[in-house]
Design a binder for this molecule. Structure first.
Ligand code: SF4
Ligand code: SF4
Ligand code: SF4
Ligand code: FES
Length: 887
């Protein structure tokens, strides 16, 4: 990189020849005022606040859009410049409404700050108010464009960062303003309410709508979004010990930069919901003999919990007790939770909420690569050669990943989107493959066969790092492309076009729940691994496998051993050497029994074999299929403990309820879908008598026989660092990364051991059409809700806007069935019925319908049967056969 010398404010500096003057000044500690500039946005030059003067020529230049030149001599605050700056701000204020005193931006308004810095009180100009009506029909964003200074940050954020295109300039001159197409309200546009524009707006022109008056934040602290697996960095504004505002933290190198999604920005009002648990509860009989949950002291709740767990252990054995850990709680909490199960109770009956999203299937990758596949950073997607997106709709499930993918596509990275629904991302793709539901395995095998036929594989990589290629080739040779085309409902030409796009490139495969929750999910993951191995894509920057984790700490819960078959560090508990190591660590004898996963615990409770269940931060009654069956199973337990932050459907069934704390109310760390370990500290105190979950678990462990207590989170972290090498960097810093210890030779420079074996080529059998249930229901996420919707359902804003969840139906099917937009239908499967209004979706193939999850107590899951997802041939919880009847 060429560097050049120049002088700014008398200071001699050198900088990159490609810098703007503003960047060069900034890098050398010289601050130039600005209003329209933001480092994540393309320079625009709208406000002229950043003027600098060239001493040699006398020219005034906007420093954000002017490149440096060798030997420039610049002034950033000469009397002439200050005069111009003052006039610019005076003109802006002259057309600004005099409403500062009631403006929600208040002292954070950058225009006010600029005026104060320049000593402007009265403008001494005629006032020219530029009145625009207030727009606030939606529950998220208020637009008061009378306060707009036309900096264009909102429009650039919308186009460049989140790539939505909801707003653009309308009109010219004095009447110009950022507007949606046809000047409709945001709620009638394609706006996703990500709020990115709001947090970048320098004035009160765009502001967060609070459903009730909450005032301005007293202070802001950095935290992590507790919704999805992206783990966005947040700046939470608080007042009166309540979180009242969320914005992106704008930290350098954070996963989200200046962006968030609607959940991160607006759904945090759930923290102040009346559904929050504020103290421990115990089921007690009152005078009328009806057992009610009543508030008790922590001592009473924890003493009883410990006593009942121990009684049940001694009466029925340790295997009669189950533990359901949380994909929403911290790493430290999941570590402690599984330790209580394994060490103090003596059972491997432990799982976490990630089970619902097919997390257990990831062992295909873990076993073959020792977890090494996980070291993929989202930022590297911009350098990908080609991206294949399978069974994923990230714009809804993990929206910030969607932004990365759309930005990559805009930069020219070819995307191939294979999905039965024409998702928003399909519009950004080079090739869209409307693959038949549950036939991804055939598609991936077909692609591998075509690449093999064209000899488009990486022989060096295969020789050095893999084994079993000959057998794999043999498997591919038996594939019949006519069959692949028939099973996937894709024309052979389309599959060939995809193979052509991939040929000779390293491939990034983005996998969503459409794969993980589908019937042949395990085999599909194996086929994906094969594709990345044969193309030499694994372990390469901007290539490899990107698994979209739905819950914020799904990865960490798995890493910490909240799994029946994995000890901390993702080490198989069935492996004697591994078990011995942990027995030495914990100084106890571990149970060699296979633990029960989430569904098998419910089945065991049904049969009366599981007597007690301890649920941490999960709501299985809402998350699992067949909720009535789950309810009966939970009622069949002798003892149910629920530790949560919300008085959920499951908590209402418990014998003991332990009130925990949300992420913003405690200390801890979570691991995002890239393997980024992010630590956080409390922004506010937990409500009422609620406690941080790790403290509750620590107090309970003491009552179950732990020698000494942890007392501090750091002591738990220190044990994790000592015993789990992949978490050696967990030290309370804002950000650390999973260490690459123990992974296979592929990621080491010279190693040749531990070759990665190809997965067998598996082909599926034809399934006869189901005459009784002729449609395929695809069940999935809408951006406003996450998972079962327990938390987003408690958000007033989200409930106001997105509590309906219309069924998507193709126009052709609607015409055949005599249905129209808004008609209410019964969707029936062999397990249950969902009754909702329909919405015509041209992007759906005839024969398929889309049922959004998260709304109406998540009853969409009742279309499925409750069966163990990990069993070979399990039907999965992504698609099922249904019939449609007009209600
Ligand atoms: S609405 Fe805000 S961000 Fe958008 S142009 Fe106006 S002042 Fe700038
Ligand atoms: S909220 Fe997000 S999608 Fe809507 S206009 Fe602003 S940046 Fe665009
Ligand atoms: S993308 Fe995920 S982590 Fe980021 S703001 Fe949205 S819900 Fe939160
Ligand atoms: S900051 Fe340079 S023109 Fe606005």
């Amino acid at each position: 990189m060429d560097t050049i010398p120049l002088t700014i404010d008398g200071k001699k500096i050198t900088c990159s020849a490609e810098s703007s003057i503003l960047e060069a000044a900034e890098q050398n500690g010289i601050k130039i005022p600005r209003l329209c500039h933001h480092p994540d946005l393309k320079p625009f030059g709208a406000c002229r606040m950043c003027l600098v003067e060239d001493e040699k020529t006398g020219r005034l230049m906007a420093s954000c859009v002017t490149p440096v030149a060798r030997d420039m001599v610049l002034q950033t605050a000469s009397a002439r410049i200050v005069k111009h700056r003052r006039n610019i701000v005076r003109l802006m204020i002259a057309e600004h409404p005099e409403s500062c005193i009631v403006c929600s931006k208040g002292n954070r308004c950058q225009l006010r700050q600029a005026a104060a810095n320049l000593g402007i009180g009265e403008t001494n100009l005629y006032r020219m108010p530029n009145f625009k009506p207030l727009e606030q029909a939606n529950p998220f964003i208020i637009r008061d464009l009378s306060k707009c200074i036309l900096c264009g940050k909102c429009i650039r954020a919308d186009h460049e960062l989140v790539v939505v295109g909801a707003i653009d300039y309308n009109l010219r001159g004095f009447g110009s303003r950022p507007a949606t197409a046809h000047e409709l309200g945001l709620e009638q546009s394609v706006c996703t309410f990500c709020g990115t524009c709001v947090s970048l707006c320098p004035t009160g022109a765009l502001s967060i709508k609070n459903t009730r008056f909450v005032g301005s934040p007293e202070y802001e602290e950095v935290s992590i979004c507790g919704f999805c697996g992206v783990g966005c960095s947040l700046a939470l504004g608080a007042a009166d010990n309540r979180v009242i505002e969320a914005n992106p933290a704008h930290l350098p190198q954070s996963v989200n930069g200046a962006t968030l999604c609607v959940r991160g920005h607006f759904a945090h009002d759930f923290l102040n919901s009346s559904e929050r648990l504020v103290g421990p509860l115990l089921r007690k009989s009152n005078n009328t003999n009806a057992a009610m949950l009543a508030p008790v002291s922590w001592d009473e709740a924890l003493d009883l919990t410990a006593r009942r767990l121990m009684e049940i252990k001694y009466e029925n054995g340790p295997q009669s007790i189950g533990f359901l850990g949380s994909s929403k709680c911290s790493n430290e909490e999941n570590y402690l939770f599984q330790k209580i199960a394994r060490v103090f109770i003596g059972t491997n009956n432990i799982d976490n909420g990630g089970y619902v999203y097919g997390q257990s299937l990831l062992k295909v990758f873990d076993e073959k690569t020792d977890g090494g596949y996980r070291m993929n950073r989202l930022a590297d997607l911009s350098q990908a050669e080609v991206i294949l997106i399978l069974g994923a709709d990230p714009n809804h499930s993990v929206p910030v990943v969607g932004y990365y993918l759309k930005r990559a596509a805009k930069q020219g990275v070819p995307l191939i989107v294979a999905d039965p629904r024409r998702t928003e991302l399909a519009g950004f793709s080079r090739l869209y493959l409307p693959v038949k539901p549950q036939s991804d395995l055939e598609l991936i095998n077909g692609l591998a066969a075509l690449l093999h036929e064209k000899e488009a594989y990486d022989p060096k990589f295969i020789d050095r790092y893999t084994e079993g290629f000959s057998l794999f080739r043999y498997g591919l040779s038996s594939l019949d492309m006519d069959q692949v085309s028939r099973k996937t409902s894709l024309a052979k030409g389309a599959i060939r076009a995809a193979a052509e796009l991939i040929k000779g490139k390293k491939i990034a495969v983005v996998i969503g729940h459409g794969i993980l929750q589908q019937k042949n999910g395990m085999h599909a993951l194996g086929a994906i691994l094969n594709l990345t191995l044969m193309t030499g894509s694994l372990g390469r920057k901007g290539a490899g496998i990107f698994v979209l984790a739905k819950e914020n700490n799904q990865q960490g819960a798995m890493d910490m051993g909240a799994m029946p078959d994995l000890l901390p560090g993702r080490q198989p508990q069935a492996d004697q050497i591994v078990r011995k190591k942990w027995e030495k660590n914990w100084k106890i004898k571990l149970s060699p029994d296979d633990g029960l996963n989430m569904v098998r615990m419910i089945e065991a409770a049904e049969k009366g074999n599981l007597k007690a269940l301890y649920i941490l931060g999960e709501n299985p009654l809402r998350a699992l299929p067949e909720s009535n069956r789950v309810r009966k199973a939970l009622q069949n337990l002798d003892f149910l403990v629920v530790q949560d932050i919300i008085n959920s459907e499951t908590a209402k069934l418990a014998d003991v309820v332990l009130a925990g704390a949300a992420l913003s109310e405690k200390q801890g760390s979570v691991t995002n879908l890239e393997g980024r370990i992010q630590s956080f500290s409390p922004v506010v105190r937990p409500p009422g008598k609620a406690k941080a979950d790790w403290q509750i678990l620590d107090l309970l462990a003491g009552r179950l026989g732990a020698r000494g207590s942890y007392d501090s989170l750091e002591k738990i972290r220190s044990e994790i660092r000592q015993f789990v090498p992949m978490y050696a960097s967990l030290n309370g810093r804002q950000e650390a990364w999973i260490e690459m210890s123990g992974i296979k030779a592929i990621f080491q420079s010279n190693g040749t051991d531990g070759l990665i074996s190809f997965y067998p080529v598996v082909s599926t059998e034809d399934e006869p059409a189901d005459q009784d249930y002729p449609f395929t229901a695809i069940v999935g996420t809408q951006r406003y809700h996450l998972g079962s919707g327990t938390r987003t359902g408690a958000s007033e804003r989200i409930q106001k806007f997105a509590s309906v969840g219309n069924i998507g139906l193709s126009p052709q099917d609607a015409a055949d069935l005599g249905l129209d937009n808004g008609d209410t239908v019964d969707i029936r499967s062999q397990f249950g019925t969902v009754t909702r209004a329909i919405q015509l979706k041209p992007g759906l193939s005839p024969g398929s319908i889309f049922v959004p999850t998260g709304v109406h107590d998540n009853e969409a899951m009742n279309l499925f049967g409750l069966s163990d997802l990990t069993k070979p041939g399990a039907a999965g919880w992504k698609t099922c056969n249904v019939k449609i009847e007009k209600a």
